[in-house]
Design a protein around this ligand. Structure first.
Ligand code: ZN
Length: 128
């Protein structure tokens, strides 16, 4: 923020010197959001993929940025790949759990179908 959105005076502090408008909360939120993004990148590098995606998603709710949304979509694709890998190794519960995590962040029809399939399969197994 270069200029006060209220009176257009040049802003050098969170509180406008001319009109007194206070942007300290907005600034605080922006800083908080930035640290959430950094933390999510760190978590992803450490291999905490679900938590990283959840945190990045949360940061996007605070402040929407297109490049971060693209990153989140790429991460969700990777989580879907992992869900499929689990399925290949017959870990249905883990696969279903990952699908639920993805769907809690974003509705992806293919993931919803996979999850419905896994849930249905579970029921069939329990009946048998
Ligand atoms: Zn002002």
């Amino acid at each position: 923020m270069d200029r006060c959105p209220v009176c257009r005076a040049r802003l050098s502090a969170p509180v406008c010197r001319r009109c007194g408008a206070d942007f300290s909360q907005a600034e605080q939120l922006l800083l908080q959001t930035r640290s959430m993004v950094l933390e999510s990148l760190h978590l992803w590098q450490q291999g905490y993929f679900e938590t990283a995606a959840q945190l990045l998603h949360k940061s996007l709710l605070h402040k929407h940025e297109k490049v971060l949304e693209h990153l989140l979509n790429a991460w969700l694709q990777q989580l879907l790949q992992q869900a499929i890998q689990h399925l290949k190794h017959d870990c249905r519960a883990e696969s279903e759990h990952l699908c639920q995590s993805i769907l809690a962040i974003k509705y992806i029809p293919l993931v919803a179908q996979l999850q419905a399939f896994l849930a249905g399969h579970d029921k069939l197994q329990r009946k048998a």
